[in-house]
Design a protein around this ligand. Structure first.
Ligand SMILES: Cc1cc2nc3c(=O)[nH]c(=O)nc-3n(C[C@H](O)[C@H](O)[C@H](O)COP(=O)(O)OP(=O)(O)OC[C@H]3O[C@@H](n4cnc5c(N)ncnc54)[C@H](O)[C@@H]3O)c2cc1C
Length: 376
């Protein structure tokens, strides 16, 4: 029997992780990436695996999916480390959501009651308990919620690991190769690239992040409704005596420590199209928000400022699953949650592609919820 072949368009964390899971199952898979893998949103992300800290009064299915993905992450990370030989810095210190004035504490308490009602693993901490855990927090902190199961990873190491693991498992990665169009008129899919001859495959996985609308040849009713949502983010260098262990989240910023001493501080959320400029206002607002929670960052060295474009869908939820034409599998629209959701997206998408069936876990996020996508 002829081997089934998959071409993944886009080598971000989503495309690569699906490719890895397929290659691990012995499938023939090729990832095509316009630049180098993982250098767009997936590089810039903070790496928070935040299921409890982010849950809100809406988008409940999304946070249930985040929670399921978070449950998969420890194994996913271990398997990736063993397949690639690369440590992804999985950190299980937990997340502190802090309130730095009375109004913020009232809002935090309302959120906490909601989290508790829905069985999220969270704990209310007083000011003293909070400062005992993280002495570098501002003494103005009023209270906090500890989400002990909200972990973090170093997404750049995950990208390196995925790149290596795909190759070790026999997958192919073509970098510096732009997919211009696809031709769906034959029985197989012809993938047309700039400066190369066509690749023919049984199916494509469209995982081109914020650029997923730009591939020609995809019928307009199958084009996923995604747009870029700009995020600016900074990297500081922690130096003794300064120390943070938990991820810290407040109303205006978050801080994510890495084991190698970097401290990721983010992030803006801006509707600016494909604009990737760093701005004084963006950097100022992130630093102000972070400094109000952790004044000690004032003297830390600023290592870098980066900009990423989150793939935001029309309803801010991922778009994952088969289209009307089942040779087109979409995996995009992960918006602020692509790192945490990469585990469940990859595991369930690979199962779905192997079996030809839709994933019940991902059914809520199917492309078919957008009427015009007309998926059977
Ligand atoms: C500032 C910031 C902080 C974030 N923090 C977090 C966080 O803490 N936790 C979390 O879960 N998520 C976070 N996110 C969200 C997360 O980064 C994204 O949801 C995720 O990276 C999306 O991955 P992706 O693979 O879909 O997209 P991308 O990483 O953007 O990858 C898409 C790839 O497709 C390639 N491509 C595009 N067009 C073509 C083409 N025609 N041919 C070939 N290749 C093409 C691009 O070059 C790119 O490499 C954050 C995002 C930002 C910007």
């Amino acid at each position: 029997m002829k081997e089934s072949t998959t071409v993944v368009i886009g080598g971000g964390i989503i495309g690569l992780s699906i490719a890895w899971r397929l290659a691990k199952e012995g499938q023939s898979v090729t990832v095509i990436e316009r630049g180098e893998v993982g250098q767009e949103a997936s590089r810039v992300a903070a790496g928070m695996l935040a299921a409890s800290a982010e849950v809100g009064y809406e988008e409940f299915e999304l946070y249930a999916l985040c929670r399921e993905s978070l449950r998969q992450w420890p194994n996913f990370a271990r398997e990736l480390e063993s397949d690639s030989g690369i440590n992804v810095d999985y950190r299980s210190h937990g997340t502190l959501i802090v309130a730095d004035d009375r109004d913020a504490a009232v809002a935090l308490k309302r959120g906490f009651d909601f989290q508790k009602e829905n069985n999220y693993p969270v704990e209310w901490l007083t000011r003293e308990e909070t400062l005992e855990l993280e002495p570098f927090l501002s003494p103005r902190i009023v209270a906090s919620v500890l989400a002990s199961e909200d972990h973090a990873i170093d997404n750049r190491m995950v990208i390196m690991g995925l790149r290596e693991a795909v190759k070790r498992r026999g997958g192919t990665i073509l970098e510096k190769t732009t997919v211009e169009s696809v031709d769906l008129t034959g029985t197989e899919v012809a993938v047309q690239m700039q400066g190369r001859s066509d690749l023919v495959a049984d199916r494509i996985v469209l995982a081109a992040g914020a650029w997923s609308r730009q591939i020609a040849g995809i019928p307009s009713d199958l084009v996923p409704p995604v747009r870029p949502v700009k995020g600016q983010i900074l990297e500081l260098k922690m130096e003794a005596p300064f120390e943070l262990n938990h991820v810290i989240r407040g109303r205006k910023a978050y801080l994510v420590p890495r084991t190698d001493g970097r401290l990721i501080v983010g992030a803006t959320s801006e509707e600016m199209g494909f604009d990737k400029r760093m701005t004084a206002g963006g950097v100022y607002s992130i630093l102000e928000g972070a400094w109000e929670m952790v004044p000690g960052i004032h003297d830390l060295e600023l290592l870098s400022i980066e900009v990423g474009l989150r793939p935001g869908s029309r309803d801010h939820q991922p778009i994952v699953g088969y289209c009307r034409d089942r040779r087109v599998y979409i995996a995009t629209g992960h918006y602020r949650h692509g790192v945490i959701l990469s585990a469940i997206t990859a595991i369930e998408s690979a199962k779905s592609i192997l079996s030809g069936n839709d994933s019940p876990i991902l059914s809520y996020f199917s492309p078919k919820r957008f009427g015009h996508l007309d998926v059977k």
